[in-house]
Design a protein around this ligand. Structure first.
Ligand SMILES: C[S@@+](CC[C@H](N)C(=O)[O-])C[C@H]1O[C@@H](n2cnc3c(N)ncnc32)[C@H](O)[C@@H]1O
Length: 279
């Protein structure tokens, strides 16, 4: 098929894709080797390639653009993404910004449920003085996190641990900390799965292609917060803190899991997005 930029945008829009113009430009750039300026200024030009055809077909099935392209930007860094990991979301950048505001020089951080590694890697890239450990249950996601750490040049400061945050993850983490001479973390960050199980099938079609284990927060969406707040404060130094990304309606429930000081931070859309628990 041959498409002008406008024809492709219209096709994507007719399949329910909200930001169809931007996505049309992304696809033409990636699969016809064009740059954005050439696409926007050559409105009548017809674009075609076998790769573009295949990509458009997939996208019209609501397969995520990020998986089609194979990489995505988060906090100014490029991350490889595949069906093995959650696509990094702009909302999560708030958590990174909050961590950067409070992390003292030479801090050691821990990222629970790291997925693509986007939180830990963005922090390490922004601050060459930091070191990090990151925990993830999916061994395929861990491989992507390692690839992303190398891609962003921070693999020498990141240790990845394949473990279950809900089970013996904290014990394995403590063993690894002892081996690495890390007495405690300055900050524990996490964007855990937090969607209530029954809500997953009601989300936009793209989410059906993302790993279910990256989304499913149990019956009430709070399963991971309960475990993290209960078990992982023991690895944070006095005066340190925990930063947890939350769903927009979860602030009260997450704050109620602790008797410590808990502050809710909103995202740019005015939604509750991060809870900071101070030790
Ligand atoms: C919401 S995703 C967040 C990924 C990444 N931190 C981000 O912000 O894009 C949650 C991650 O938790 C991982 N996960 C699910 N269950 C887990 C468990 N029991 N222990 C450790 N990680 C788990 C998933 O594989 C997924 O990568």
């Amino acid at each position: 098929m041959m498409y002008t930029y406008r024809e492709l945008a219209d096709l994507l829009q007719s399949h329910g894709i909200a930001d169809a113009k931007t996505e049309a430009a992304w696809l033409i750039c990636k699969f016809c080797g064009a740059d954005r300026a050439a696409i926007l200024t050559n409105g009548q030009k017809k674009w075609e390639s076998a790769e573009l055809d295949a990509a458009v077909r997939r996208r019209c099935e609501r397969y995520p653009l990020q998986y089609i392209i194979g990489e995505w930007e988060f906090f100014g860094c490029t991350f490889r993404v595949s069906e093995d990991c959650l696509i990094p979301r702009p909302d999560t950048e708030i958590l990174v910004e909050e961590a950067l505001k409070i992390l003292p020089q030479n801090s050691v951080i821990c990222d629970l449920c790291t997925g693509s590694g986007c939180i830990a890697i963005a922090l390490l890239k922004a601050r060459p003085d930091l070191r990090a450990m990151a925990v993830e249950l999916s061994d395929t996601a861990i491989k992507i996190a390692l690839e992303n750490a190398r891609l962003n040049g921070v693999d020498d400061r990141l240790i990845l641990l394949c473990a279950d945050v809900l089970a013996d993850g904290v014990d394995k983490l403590k063993t690894l900390m002892a081996q690495e001479n890390i007495a405690s973390f300055d900050v524990v960050v996490s964007n855990p799965p937090y969607i209530p199980t029954k809500d997953i099938s009601t989300l936009e079609p793209e989410l059906a292609f993302e790993p279910k284990m990256a989304l499913d927060g149990g019956a009430d969406g709070l399963k991971f917060y309960r475990s993290i707040v209960k078990n992982y404060t023991s690895v944070i130094r006095g005066g340190g803190c925990m930063l947890l990304e939350i769903g927009a309606d979860q602030a009260r429930d997450v704050c109620a899991l602790t008797e410590r000081e808990a502050v809710v931070i909103r995202d740019l859309g005015g939604n509750d997005r991060v809870v900071r628990i101070s030790l």
